[in-house]
Design a protein around this ligand. Structure first.
Ligand SMILES: [Mn+2]
Length: 385
């Protein structure tokens, strides 16, 4: 167990007590629930259960194949050999939490309407199994508890994200310019970027390399298209370090000459990014920050309703799209809560014009008691590679 996991466990236990829960139960497999790694610090793949009691040691019920690895990390490990023994041992361990314990599990009621997708990690099959196995246990949604646990980052978590951002910038500045050559495909550039990412960590998400007209799609799927002179090259990627994500987008142009339109778009997006970061401070609502960015784009002559087709930013943490206060329009309930100190957010205005291309500049920031501290800074001018 590293300090960062110990801190997560301590905070989780404190919150369980505050909420009046007896424990937090994670049951997952194949690394499907991000909270398993959040607590254990490593990925495990066999079906396993993690019990975080409101006090005392964390218990992991797992196969022999992966048990030793967790025992080495200091966890209390119980091994099982079949579905039947898993069920017997889970029942027994849960009964240690008391009579008719109140336990939270990682699912969300009315998941689509609730807008809390980040917590909805339990497959329906496991959910129905638990309902049958744990008859005298009250199983509740962990969403309110997890929201508190994950949306505010501790100094150790912030430091980890800061390191991930540094590693990402290093690749943007020192590696990527050399990767963009005439005729290279988006996929080849993506593979080279991923090689650099994997040397220090792993990709936070599937790296996006969008060139030419493809850049008009914010989530373009990196393709076999060859990069040609004059193309916009939009790259969205991030290093994940020890489970904590960075997420940065830079937009370049391949070749010396750019069109005036693209230069204007770049300037508008740069100003929107900068002004949004300037007004971002604790207590402000994300919708206000999002609105400011839209107004800047409008001032530059670009209609945000037509050309800025996503929210301004999202929380960043153990998932690229983490949970908590968002920078978005008022349609998003998370854009209407005051942004707390300790939030880590992306700020990523963009302009996407079909038939022309897209520009996005995405930086990562931390909300401090005074205002916000950018962890990355977009280049002032469009860089011609
Ligand atoms: Mn992003």
């Amino acid at each position: 167990m590293l300090d960062i996991e110990l801190e997560v466990i301590e905070r989780a236990q404190k919150l369980l007590k505050e909420f009046g829960y007896d424990g937090w139960l994670i049951v997952t497999r194949e690394n499907e629930d991000v909270h398993s790694r959040y607590v254990l610090g490593i990925r495990v793949y066999s079906t396993h259960a993690i019990i975080v009691p409101k006090e005392g040691d964390v218990m992991v019920l797992i196969t022999r194949m992966e048990g030793a690895m967790l025992r080495d990390r200091g966890f209390d490990v119980e091994e099982y050999s079949s579905g039947k023994t898993f069920i017997e041992k889970l029942k027994e361990k849960v009964s240690d939490l008391g009579e008719n314990p109140k336990i939270v599990i990682n699912y969300v009621e009315n998941s689509i309407l609730a807008g809390k997708g980040g917590f909805d990690k339990m497959p329906v099959g496991i959910f129905t199994s638990l309902k049958t196995i744990l008859q005298n246990v009250s199983l509740e949604s962990a969403a309110p508890f997890l929201e508190k646990l994950r949306s505010i980052k501790t100094p150790k978590e912030i430091k980890k994200i800061e390191e991930a951002v540094k590693a990402t910038i290093e690749i943007f500045e020192n590696k990527i310019p050399g990767f963009i050559t005439e005729g290279v495909t988006e996929k080849e550039v993506g593979a080279k970027i991923n090689f650099e990412i994997n040397k220090v960590g792993e990709p936070s998400f599937a790296t996006i390399v969008a060139s030419g007209l493809n850049s008009a799609y914010p989530h373009h799927q990196t393709s076999k298209k060859k990069i040609a002179k004059g193309d916009i090259v939009l790259i969205d990627m991030g290093v994940k370090l020890d489970g904590y994500c960075a997420d940065i987008t830079r937009t370049y142009q391949f070749g010396k000459k750019g069109s005036e339109k693209i230069e204007q778009m770049y300037e508008a997006v740069y100003d929107a990014n900068k002004e949004a970061i300037e007004i971002l401070k604790p207590g402000i609502m994300g919708m206000e920050v999002d609105k400011t960015a839209r107004e800047v784009l409008k001032k530059h002559g670009f209609d945000p309703d037509k050309f800025f087709i996503h929210g301004l930013g999202h929380p960043l943490g153990i998932e690229t799209h983490d949970v908590g206060a968002m920078l978005s329009t008022e349609a998003n309930p998370y854009a209407k809560i005051p942004i707390p100190v300790g939030s880590v957010l992306t700020v990523e205005p963009g302009l996407y014009i079909e038939g022309v291309g897209g520009i996005r500049l995405e930086d990562d920031i931390v909300v401090t008691p005074e205002k916000c501290r950018p962890l990355s800074y977009s280049p002032r001018e469009l860089i011609h590679l």
